[in-house]
Design a protein around this ligand. Structure first.
Ligand code: URA
Length: 239
């Protein structure tokens, strides 16, 4: 096996930030290898024998952290909002490490959001080819027929293409609304809302209840917890 890796990958694997951020730092001339500035993110480096520094400080891999947050509605999945609205980071009161969200939830969506500095795992979970299932509870603005639910199951045409087959269960109907559970294996922007829109309805409530095998269970809204090692292993599993 090749011990060498590209410089951007080494920095992001060390948990310093995303590959995009790593490429920016390299481009800014902040990264040195064996005392020499390296400006190419694609430079092949052997971290076992070569000495890497960022802003003059030796590269030390940050301990990996995996945090599961039950995001309430009204919090943005972003590091900083120019309009000063609350973000998911406002909820991580005790976390000093730099961790990043794995995919986003809309401001109006509540439920499970995974946050980590393990960029490899993050890439695996957000890659549509990994087919990681994500489950949502949906309240639709109108009663949906069995044919509507079948359309969701088979795949609906969105402007960015057909959706993959989904697992859909009617949870309950009342006079005006259908509550359903849907499991999808992609994570396109606003995907569930757009699937419901394709049926001529609007999503009134959206909660993510599962990511892979991680379940919301008895978590309280607005709280977070660290994942157990076993839970991390389950997330790492390839399909
Ligand atoms: N699908 C959506 O439409 N919104 C989310 O926040 C997550 C999935």
């Amino acid at each position: 096996m090749q011990p060498t890796k590209t410089l951007d990958r080494i920095l992001s694997k060390a948990g310093l930030g995303s590959r995009t951020e790593a490429r920016r730092w390299i481009g800014q001339g902040r990264v040195e290898v064996d005392g020499k500035k390296v400006l190419s993110p694609e430079a092949w480096i052997d971290p076992a024998v070569q000495k890497i520094t960022v802003d003059g400080k030796p590269l030390i891999a940050a301990p990996k952290r995996y945090v599961l947050l039950y995001k309430p509605k009204g919090y943005l999945t972003t590091a900083k909002d120019p309009e000063g609205r609350p973000t998911v980071y406002d909820l991580l009161t005790e976390i000093k490490q730099k961790i990043t969200y794995v995919g986003r939830l809309d401001a109006d969506t509540s439920g499970l959001l995974l946050m980590t500095n393990d960029n490899d795992l993050s890439e695996h979970l957000t890659n549509p080819e990994s087919h990681v299932p994500k489950t949502y509870l949906v309240k639709s603005s109108k009663l949906l027929t069995d044919a509507d639910l079948d359309r969701l199951r088979k795949g609906v045409e969105l402007e960015d293409g057909m959706t993959r087959p989904a697992i859909v269960t009617r949870v309950r109907d009342n006079e005006k609304y259908t509550h359903l559970e849907i499991t999808i294996t992609e994570g396109r922007n606003r995907q569930v809302r757009r699937m419901i829109e394709a049926l001529g309805a609007v999503t009134l409530k959206l909660v993510r209840t599962k990511i892979g095998q991680l379940e919301i269970g008895g978590m309280q809204i607005g709280t977070y917890r660290d994942l157990a090692e076993r839970e991390v292993q389950l997330l790492r599993r390839k399909k």
